[in-house]
Design a protein around this ligand. Structure first.
Ligand code: SF4
Ligand code: SF4
Length: 416
């Protein structure tokens, strides 16, 4: 068993699975749970911060991410008490920070002040312009949530808060990806995570109508990559594009599947204390690790399901084992393999190789690789039909990533 050393350990905590919205593709697996009592939340915060420091060392930070359902439905009083627990742990030397994944429709002045006062990390859900967003992200009565989300976003931005925006792309929105990108940019968003609709929860019911085939996804993202690079007002961080650039440069590995972080550096909790790997697999029975109400996390993390998943990249089909991108792709998201094929150890059917090749070629023509790497990459270029290089060595260097300066082949840092 290999256990890479993450710099951040992420605990995805679902205090509830209910939501005020009813998105057509909601990926929450089960919505039948009682809400998480505060003592259980406090036990989880204690155990995850203790586990991370004991396994990965004193410098590893635990990100306690409140997730759902819609986590803000728990009410501010609940989180005031959870934050008190986090502060007590911090005072005792634990490195643990709070964050929220929210649909943003319930953010009011009090929540916005609370986030600002406590330095909370934030990720909100916004699918693009009003008609695209409102076609899927609706209230239970079918009303669009765009206005409420924009109001919540404004309250955050007024306070200087800079949330990630999580944007789910669908078959009926992918052709408007450039417009979606420009809309988010014009809203002042600086960090975007683009996702293809998951076949989980209600998403499984609509995947045939709204899911994006892998080839179409790769082609759309490749086109956006070129638009993004040449955009003088670009959004600094657009994942997965920024992540792929960093991973191809080999300076570090970013993303949940890189370095197997979705298993080694992440854990998810259901409202009853059930423990699972990551956000989208939290609640999927075959990935059940144990229950933190009755077991210590250290014991839970030794379970046989997780032990086997830690070595998933060595059990993949030959197509992936022979792939030049396996070092960071690792066969793609195991959730995709599981939901499409019934097992995390199969080919994901969501191969992004075409996108990786495209970005690699753009990096190549812009002088990013050593001569040895270049030979292998030029050989792969034969696979890349229709590629149009940009003869502009400086454009990729303008990609600003808040956490990671871009690196030239020489190893010299290029500040963006
Ligand atoms: S996708 Fe998120 S915001 Fe939409 S119904 Fe599900 S939990 Fe709520
Ligand atoms: S790019 Fe495709 S073939 Fe290569 S490791 Fe990823 S899923 Fe497998």
């Amino acid at each position: 068993m290999t256990q890479p050393q993450p710099s951040t350990f992420t605990a995805i905590i679902k205090p509830l699975t209910e939501c005020n919205l009813a998105c057509t593709y909601c990926s929450v697996w089960e919505k039948k749970w009682e809400r998480m009592p505060l003592p259980l939340m406090e036990r989880i915060l204690d155990q995850v911060s203790s586990y991370a420091m004991s396994v990965f060392g004193p410098d590893v930070e635990t990100n306690a991410m409140f997730h759902g359902g819609e986590p803000l439905m728990m009410g501010l009083d609940y989180y005031e008490k959870a934050l008190d627990a986090i502060k007590r742990l911090q005072d005792a030397g634990r490195k643990i920070v709070p964050s929220f994944q929210t649909n943003a429709s319930l953010i009011d002045e009090r929540y916005a002040d609370f986030f600002q006062r406590n330095g909370c990390g934030l990720s909100i859900s916004l699918d693009g312009p009003r008609d695209i967003h409102d076609a899927a992200r609706t209230s239970k009565r079918g009303a669009g949530s765009y206005d409420a989300v924009i109001r919540g976003l404004g309250l955050l931005q007024e306070r200087g808060l800079d949330p990630w925006v999580c944007t789910v792309l669908r078959k009926d929105s992918i052709d408007r990806l450039t417009e979606i990108y420009e809309h988010l940019r014009d809203l002042g968003i600086r960090k975007v995570y683009l996702l293809s609709l998951y076949p989980a929860g209600d998403g499984a019911n609509v995947i045939n109508d709204l899911g994006i085939p892998a080839e179409q996804w790769s082609q759309a993202l490749a086109a956006l990559f070129d638009r993004w690079c040449l955009d003088e007002r670009r959004i600094p961080m657009v994942d997965p594009l920024s992540k792929i650039v960093t991973n191809l440069q080999g300076t570090q590995q970013r993303g949940c599947v890189a370095n197997n972080k979705c298993v080694s550096g992440s854990v998810g909790f259901m409202p009853d204390g059930g423990v699972f790997p990551c956000a989208v697999l939290t609640g999927a029975d075959p990935f059940f690790y144990g229950n933190i109400r009755t077991q210590d996390l250290g014991e839970i993390m030794q379970n046989s399901v997780r032990t086997r998943l830690l070595d998933r990249h060595q059990q993949l089909p030959q197509t992936c084992m022979d792939c030049p991108f396996i070092s960071f792709c690792r066969g793609g998201c195991m959730h995709q393999s599981y939901t499409r094929n019934g097992s995390p150890y199969t080919f994901a059917n969501y191969c992004e190789k075409e996108l990786f090749v495209h970005i690699e070629q753009q990096l190549l023509v812009n002088g990013y690789f050593s001569p040895i790497d270049r030979r292998a990459i030029i050989a792969r270029r034969l696979d890349s039909a229709g590629f149009v290089p940009y003869n502009n060595r400086s454009f990729l260097r303008k990609i600003g990533t808040p956490k990671t300066p871009t690196i030239q082949a020489s190893g010299e840092e290029v500040k963006s």
